[in-house]
Design a protein around this ligand. Structure first.
Ligand code: PEP
Length: 256
């Protein structure tokens, strides 16, 4: 059975050391007994160091929200995977739809980052998902298929097993419109089927596929109970201790 995994994507929030520190300090005691779910938080770069110091020895994993595919050099404004590793991250989010749509990141670029993440030893959480018009035109599977082929190009079996795939329909992110459990499950099943065709059933059954898009305490359990949904990537609701805790608890129950 696959263990559920929940990521809290803080985006560009809680970026001052004091607020990040307060948040994490309050979160730790609440979630210390949730052993059936992998817990990841992705604070802004400016507070990774503070977060890293506080979570040492707890059940919380630390993630960057993005990275570049080079180690160091003249890449103003970007972040090295080595820096993320050194500051205590063991995860990194790649290809979030905000990176794709606001900053123009392509599948090819994300693929380079993904390979680099493996090389450095960061566990990647890689986002894919269709836009509203694409869904309305009945192109969801075509788009997901394209993203799977290109974002995950040339990955070995071992690498795809280590990848956390986050299916995030763009129309559901930060909009309050959640995909229904059935809509989400349909795409998750399609993704697992793609992995089955490409790598075989044994591999497909091991890959964890998260859902993301307006997950809230009141919809989390129904989503996580779907056979092909292995947790979630949470934006807005991860900024509130109580709602994040409720979502983590729902995932923890499903994995029991
Ligand atoms: C996200 O940032 O990946 C996300 C799913 O955001 P939200 O939960 O706010 O829709």
């Amino acid at each position: 059975m696959r263990k559920q995994i929940i990521g809290g994507n803080w985006k560009m929030n809680l970026g001052s050391p004091q607020e990040a520190q307060e948040f994490v300090e309050k979160l730790i005691p609440k979630i210390k007994d949730l052993n059936n779910v992998d817990i990841v938080i992705a604070p802004p770069f400016t507070v990774l160091y503070e977060a890293s110091k506080i979570i040492k020895g707890t059940n919380i994993n630390l993630s960057g929200q993005n990275m570049y595919f080079e180690d160091k050099g003249a890449f103003t404004g970007d972040i090295s995977p080595i820096f993320l590793k050194d500051v205590g991250c063991n995860y990194v989010i790649l290809g979030h739809s905000e990176r794709r749509n606001i900053f123009g990141e392509t599948d090819e670029l994300i693929n380079k980052k993904l390979k680099k993440a493996f090389f450095i030893g960061l566990n990647p959480i890689v986002c894919i998902g269709e836009q509203l018009e694409e869904r309305e035109q009945g192109k969801t599977e075509e788009i997901i298929d394209y993203q799977l082929k290109n974002t995950f190009k040339d990955l070995s079996k071992e690498e795809i097993i280590k990848t956390i795939i986050a299916y995030e329909p763009v129309w559901a992110i930060g909009t309050g419109k959640t995909a229904t459990p059935e809509q989400a499950e349909e795409v998750h099943k399609f993704i697992r089927e793609y992995i089955n065709k490409t790598y075989g059933l044994d591999t497909a059954e091991k890959v964890r596929i998260q859902y993301g898009g307006s997950i809230k305490p009141n919809n989390a359990e129904d989503l996580f109970n779907q056979p092909n949904i292995d947790g979630g990537l949470v934006g807005g609701a991860s900024l509130n201790i109580d709602s994040f805790y409720e979502i983590l608890k729902a995932a923890n129950e499903v994995s029991k």
